[in-house]
Design a protein around this ligand. Sequence first.
Ligand code: AMP
Length: 185
Amino acid sequence: MNTLSQKDKQYLLDSIREIEDFPKPGIKFKDITTLLGNDHAFNLLMDHLTLRYQNQEIDYIAGIESRGFIFGAALAARLKTRFVPIRKPGKLPYTTISEKYSLEYGVDEVAIHIDAFSMEGNPKPKVLLIDDLIATGGTATAAVNLINKAGAQCVEACFIINLTFLQGDLDIKKTTCVYSVLEVD
Ligand code: AMP
């Protein structure tokens, strides 16, 4: 399994801009658009993820709206595999199934097309879930449950950044393996 050097990790971390008090006071928002706009950083990251997953026979990559679409679709193209979007409710045009999850106040929901993982000759395809960041872990845990409900098996959930002080990865680990490229505390 390939690993990134500390120098490379620091380079990637430095390529991500932090915005204080966005979208609300107290949140330090990790803005990955600066990583995407840096060709060296984006390719360093994609090379690393390609090496990690290229021999794992991943049938689908499922990306969480919206930043998970960017990394997920880029990785699917690198691995020559399939991409499935996991979206907020009401966005997907065909029949969907969905999964609700709790927020600090209220509930949210993720949805997927009912036939997203209908792969000929493979009743239980292997899915890699990808998103940019783990905060509380609620979105990703719901997405893993949704993938499994849709008849596939989520073999790993991959993130660019894990905000370790929130310990959101502990919840996700109850449902699948977790890999995060960068850890921030
Ligand atoms: P959670 O369900 O709490 O783990 O939240 C994860 C989702 O919210 C991901 O899709 C992230 O893109 C977004 N998110 C939460 N906190 C942040 C943050 N501090 N910076 C950037 N994105 C965040």
